[in-house]
Design a protein around this ligand. Structure first.
Ligand code: WTA
Length: 643
């Protein structure tokens, strides 16, 4: 970790909440932090704002690293997202505003969404889905994806949503790991005016998969697809006959709500397990407090449902809180580069939650695109997924937020389930580039390798030293990996895998991952994942990947490959290998740069020296080479170096 990146940053401008914002803010009293020092009392009170069928026996049972929150309580996530809003004025309030890629649009009120969910829950039952059985969802950004998630939750079937941009093979691995019998998908997806295959990938994925018995397909694009009799069913046909009556299952607070796969340091993605009562308490509370939620907000989170942000802050948090959410099917540059701003204008969006990579892209396109649209409805902006550089923060604040909207830079992870470090917009003085302070009731520490807290002004590793309600409970089917990955660095403290700097005011400045995970446009990709795909290619002997700094994406993948005997380096082979990764994992994992080299830099014990590869990829002269086992490697590497 280097400290240079942060030199002088804290001296930048500070943005306290405006008088006007503070006056109307849900939380404007800094006393909330003190109050939440009694963590269990704080979270218990928050859990009390949800609807329970039966109260819990204990707030927390902690047998490190295994936690049970609100044990003995009975609850249902779909009931909390839907049924409880049907009593009063929220019944007819829009739950979902959908904006299709072509500008087609419709709304679903809470009552209508409830009906759809009940119907689909009955469909799932008719397909034989049992409580506790994992259902895989592989869909584009359409409301049926949310219906499918909530229908699973309703009948107590954990969902495993696989990002629609993942390849057939990535989908197959996740289906197999979760052991699903039922898959919900669509015929295809719209993307930048073209039609992307979805069902075709499903068919490819299912070759060689024993488990899947039924596939339910939403017709989104009228694409002609192959239907296998007895296995494949049209969503709309099944829905025609389904009843709207489906009581929500009374689930234990600790029953699994979903699995979500994320990349780690080995080739195999981890199935992060989240349960019900604590997760909902955590996401609903953070959604309400961090976004300063008001009843009439139009809330737009641009994340895909395939990622944790889509789970926690597109679906479960906002719907538990009875918000109106915008779901957008398309991309920011289609048909024009002002698409986001056109949507903000069209629906009078008040809260926008997006990623730094998107903001940097908008910066590059220029301020004339947002300037064309009326963005005066916006009152709060959010950022998530990677560090936001102060330049991008300032641009976002000025050109999107009109210098009136606070920005909440929220740090968290698939594993944490909920926002962990973030401003409270009515309380916190903002510093561009810092995610500021831990959320009330969350105990974050900055530790050194030996587990000692670092001094203010120093860099260290982000640790979470007390359990929190939305924490992951384990890695699906692999407690050992759960323990080894997160709980083995320091006794009973969670290792987040991020490095950060703590400034003199106790503000956190996240530097980035300290493990072999690359964050490309806010998406986590394990270097080992890409490497193991590359070495599957018949021409490849060895591969090593690194994340190189990238102006827009934050990081981009650079791959270094040595070839097997008899294979010759060529531009064609480079292109083929890049496409191979894309085909095997998905376009997000495609290396930006791929170098064919005679040797990889290794230490005497055979460990690849990634630092040297980083120097090459980022166009610097190669730094310290004293640990290099074979100095002749340097000659072949120098040929690659730009310097
Ligand atoms: C990074 C996304 C800096 C971090 C919610 C973390 C961030 C990883 C921020 C988790 C932020 C997320 N500032 N870095 N505000 N938010 N990260 O699991 O490295 O997809 O470990 O969860 O993203 O990515 P994940």
């Amino acid at each position: 970790m280097t400290q240079d990146k942060f030199k002088g940053l804290e001296e930048g401008r500070i943005f306290p909440p405006s008088e006007e914002f503070r006056n109307k803010a849900l939380i404007s009293d800094v006393g909330i932090y003190k109050k939440a020092d009694d963590r269990l009392a704080f979270w218990e009170e928050r859990a009390g704002t949800l609807s329970w069928f039966q109260k819990w026996n204990s707030v927390l049972e902690w047998k490190p690293p295994f936690a049970k929150w609100f044990n003995g309580g009975k609850i249902n996530a779909s009931y909390n997202c839907l049924d409880r809003h049907l009593e009063g004025s929220r019944r007819n309030k829009p739950a979902i505003i959908f904006e299709g890629e072509h500008g087609d649009s419709f709304e679903l009120s809470y009552e209508e969404l409830h009906q759809e969910v009940c119907k689909f829950a009955n469909v799932l039952k008719s397909m034989g889905v049992q409580k506790g059985e994992v259902v895989t969802i592989y869909m584009p950004m359409i409301p049926e994806a949310v219906v499918a998630m909530l229908a699973c939750a309703r009948i107590g079937a954990p969902h495993s949503v696989v990002f629609g941009g993942f390849s057939a093979e990535a989908l197959r691995d996740r289906i197999n790991d979760g052991g699903s019998k039922v898959l919900v998908t669509s015929d295809a997806a719209y993307r930048r005016g073209k039609i992307l295959p979805i069902k075709e990938n499903v068919c490819a994925a299912l070759q060689g998969v024993e488990g899947i018995e039924k596939v339910i397909i939403v017709n989104r694009t009228n694409t002609k697809i192959e239907i296998i009799k007895g296995r494949d069913f049209w969503y709309h046909k099944l829905m025609e006959q389904a009843s709207t009556e489906c009581p929500a299952e009374k689930m234990d607070a600790e029953d699994m709500l979903f699995i979500l796969y994320t990349s780690g340091t080995t080739g195999k993605p981890k199935g992060v397990v989240h349960t019900t009562g604590g997760y909902l308490t955590g996401v609903a509370t953070t959604h309400e407090f961090v976004f300063d939620l008001k009843e009439d907000d139009i809330y737009w989170c641009t994340a895909d449902i395939g990622w944790i942000t889509g789970h926690s802050y597109l679906v479960y948090g906002p719907l538990t809180n009875g918000s109106t959410i915008v779901i957008f099917e398309g991309t920011p540059d289609y048909p024009e580069k002002d698409r986001f701003w056109q949507i903000v204008e069209k629906y009078k969006v008040t809260i926008l939650y997006t990623a730094p990579t998107a903001i940097r892209t908008f910066m590059k396109w220029g301020a004339e695109y947002p300037a064309k649209r009326d963005l005066s409805s916006l009152r709060l902006l959010g950022s998530v997924g990677e560090p936001i550089n102060p330049e991008a923060w300032t641009w976002y604040h000025k050109y999107i937020g009109g210098e009136r909207c606070p920005i909440v830079d929220t740090w968290w992870q698939t594993e944490t389930g909920m926002i962990m470090i973030s401003p409270l917009p009515g309380v916190t003085d903002l510093k561009p580039g810092s995610c500021t302070r831990p959320f009330p009731g969350v105990k974050v520490e900055m530790l050194d390798r030996s587990g000692q807290p670092v001094e203010k002004g120093d860099v260290g590793f982000v640790a979470i030293s007390e359990p929190w309600p939305a924490m992951l409970r384990t890695v699906y089917g692999d407690d050992r990996r759960f323990i080894d990955t997160y709980w083995s660095n320091w006794p009973n403290k969670y290792f987040a895998g991020d490095g950060a700097k703590l400034d003199k005011d106790g503000y956190y400045w996240i530097i980035g991952r300290v493990d072999d995970v690359i964050n490309v446009s806010g998406h986590r990709i394990g270097t080992a994942e890409v490497e193991s795909v590359l070495v599957e290619h018949h021409a490849v002997a060895e591969a090593a990947c690194i994340g190189k700094n990238h102006e827009v994406k934050g990081q981009a993948i650079a791959a270094f490959v040595t070839l097997r005997e008899g294979f010759k380096a060529s531009e064609e082979l480079i292109a083929e290998l890049k496409s191979y990764v894309s085909k095997k994992i998905g376009a997000i994992a495609r290396p930006d740069d791929l170098y064919l080299t005679d040797d990889l830099p290794k230490t005497r014990s055979g460990k690849i020296i990634r630092r040297i590869l980083k120097d090459i990829a980022e166009g610097r002269s190669i730094g310290d080479t004293t640990t290099l086992a074979d100095s002749s490697t340097l000659e072949s590497l120098k040929k690659l170096s730009h310097n």
